[in-house]
Design a protein around this ligand. Structure first.
Ligand code: KIV
Length: 277
């Protein structure tokens, strides 16, 4: 009893690796993934057993208050990665390469990914795009930098597409997504995020790859799911796409407790004698 408890505990604490994620796919075990941007939240997710924590450049929207992810810098991604890594013992931490940190040249992308790993402490990087980033992905993975791809809706290209509509609804676009996914796998990517594409297309991509797919708005057939944590906890109240399940209404809860605190301060109910020296 004691022994199995200990090995169960060890299993629970075993670090999630890219190999482990592939084994999970093979075993039909779904991969649980969430974003995080600081140590406090990352620690909670890690303790609960979230497998992959993505330091998403969505922090540009939800943390910094920008309209898009475009303004986020490499330095900011490294800063948030350092914080998240401090809170994590088990999960694989994957950091987004921000806009223009990997598009200029393969060499520059390689150097920047190295900084995210060395200075930030990430376990892997994520970059958006298919065919056009394949050479970069190959260069990184050949040097031991694990790369997660990101296909479908790629928010860094918002100004090129001009809309956040579902991707891959037309046969040509769907074929390109499938082709891009295979190219990323061949280039050595260990997983691919599929964002906002039809569930049937995500099923086809998932079936045709040996590496796991992680869906966000891509249906139930992906090997894992990710959500931006502020969306699923109900902190980002104005953002309500169909694919977000809101598990909590934290914005409302915070409003209530802060109003309570304000009342207590104004009525001199806080601090009490027990809370004073
Ligand atoms: O930036 C982000 O949060 C993402 C998610 C899809 C994981 O890319």
């Amino acid at each position: 009893m004691r022994d199995s408890d200990t090995s169960g505990e060890r299993e629970h604490l075993r670090r999630v690796t890219t190999l482990r994620l592939r084994q999970m796919k093979e075993a039909g075990q779904k991969i649980v993934c969430l974003t995080a941007y600081d140590a406090l939240i990352a620690r909670i997710f890690d303790e609960v057993g979230v497998d992959v924590i993505i330091v998403g450049d969505s922090l540009g929207n939800v943390f910094q208050g920008h309209e898009t992810t475009i303004p986020v810098t490499l330095e900011e991604m490294i800063y948030h990665t350092k914080a998240v890594v401090r809170g994590v013992r088990r999960a694989l931490v994957v950091t987004d390469m921000p806009f223009m940190s990997y598009q200029i040249s393969v060499e520059e992308a390689f150097r920047n990914a190295g900084r995210v790993m060395k200075e930030g402490g990430a376990g892997a990087v994520k970059l958006e795009g298919g065919e056009r980033v394949v050479e970069t992905v190959a260069r990184m993975t050949a040097a031991g930098i694990p790369v997660m791809g990101h296909l479908g809706l790629t928010p860094q290209s918002i100004h090129q597409f001009g809309t956040y509509r579902v991707r891959g609804t037309e046969p040509k676009e769907a074929q390109q997504i499938l082709r891009d996914a295979k190219l990323l796998e061949e280039a050595g990517a260990f997983a691919v995020v599929l964002e906002k594409i039809p569930a049937e297309l995500a099923r086809e991509v998932t079936r045709s790859l040996a590496i796991p797919t992680i869906g966000i708005g891509a249906g139930v057939h992906c090997d894992g799911q990710v959500l931006v944590y502020t969306d699923m906890l109900g902190l980002t109240v104005d953002f309500r796409p169909r694919f977000v399940r809101r598990y909590e209404n934290l914005a409302e809860r915070i409003r209530q407790v802060v109003a309570q605190y304000a009342d207590d301060v104004r009525a001199q109910r806080f601090p009490s004698e027990e809370e004073s020296y």
